[in-house]
Design a protein around this ligand. Structure first.
Ligand code: C2E
Ligand code: MG
Ligand code: MG
Ligand code: MG
Length: 280
């Protein structure tokens, strides 16, 4: 019975696995095992202030390897975890682990805020705010030490409920970013009423700003202007060349993230990298 429902979900959410149900089941089993054996990891990627060149925050990015140690991309396993109902458990682990790391950094005198990604399914769950508060408050992470990234799709099908959850989070000192901004369908008027702190420009636009087509530049410049008029921080994602970085600086983008500064790394390597490059 439940299996039947499960299959329906796979079919609905994951058409790309239609011909390879075996691989899907293998990844589901691997997710279960990694949760049980605590084999997920978080890597951290810095977000840089473009005026000072210094680190502002880091984004926590979830890592999972298959049984042979080969990485499974989050773009593959996160949708599967969502479809089979495991994203809530994973999200709780991510938050707890980020809080633990934040506490360690705090103790060691490097109080860098950590942003965690929250799945729309996790965000819309009725226990999300309660569970989030419980994990945060029992962790010893500093107020303001944890931030969250959500996409427009987490908010738009029930804006009122989402705003209430966001208010509760901000009362805990948690800053909220709209991730992959520019790819969703929220109207600008609904955006002006959201209790958010930052817009993260999707890398599909950022990467194209130096190419010979208007789309990347038009959207990027519009989001920078929107951020300025709504008094929101703006972060460009996926900055991996000096040309893109120069463009963003010339157009008044305040923060950036991408391989140009650092790829996502385990916590100790991330600190060494930032020290080496004078970003910390
Ligand atoms: P995202 O939140 O938009 O994360 C940014 C992605 O861009 C990361 O991919 C990062 O490694 C990649 N990236 C950063 N800089 C560059 C660059 O300069 N060039 C290129 N080509 N890529 C860059 P990653 O780690 O594969 O994660 C992909 C997505 O998976 C994330 O997109 C996020 O939506 C999701 N994800 C990752 N970790 C978590 C998590 O803990 N929970 C949830 N729910 N989703 C997660
Ligand atoms: Mg993100
Ligand atoms: Mg993003
Ligand atoms: Mg993304």
């Amino acid at each position: 019975h439940a299996k039947q429902a499960g299959r329906g979900l796979y079919h609905f959410y994951l058409p790309e696995f239609e011909r390879d149900a075996g691989q899907l089941l293998a990844i589901e089993a691997r997710i279960q095992e990694a949760l049980r054996l605590r084999q997920f990891e978080l890597h951290y990627q810095p977000v840089i202030d473009l005026d000072s060149g210094m680190i502002v925050t880091v984004e926590a990015l979830l890592r999972l390897a298959d049984s042979e140690g080969k990485p499974i991309p989050p773009a593959v396993f996160v949708p599967i975890a969502e479809a089979v109902g495991l994203i809530g458990k994973i999200g709780e682990w991510v938050l707890a682990e980020a809080c633990r790391q934040q506490h360690v950094w705090q103790r060691d005198g490097v109080p860098i805020p950590i942003a965690v990604n929250v799945s729309p399914l996790q965000f819309r769950h009725r226990d999300f705010a309660t569970s989030f508060r419980r994990i945060l408050e029992s962790s010893g992470a500093a107020a303001g030490g944890i931030q969250v990234e959500i996409t427009e799709s987490a908010i738009m099908d029930n804006v009122e409920a989402a705003v209430e959850v966001m208010r509760q989070m901000r009362e805990l000192g948690v800053k909220i970013s709209l991730d992959d901004f520019g790819t969703g369908y929220s109207s600008l008027s609904s955006l002006t009423n959201l209790p958010i702190d930052k817009l993260k420009i999707d890398q599909s636009f950022v990467r194209r700003v130096t190419q010979n087509e208007a789309a990347g530049r038009t959207v990027t410049e519009a989001i920078i202007a929107l951020g300025r008029s709504l008094n929101l921080e703006v972060v460009a994602e996926g900055v991996d060349t000096l040309q893109v970085l120069d463009y963003l600086k010339r157009h008044g983008c305040a923060q950036a993230q991408g391989y140009w500064f650092s790829e996502p790394l385990p916590a100790p390597e991330l600190l060494s990298r930032c020290l080496e490059r004078g970003m910390l």
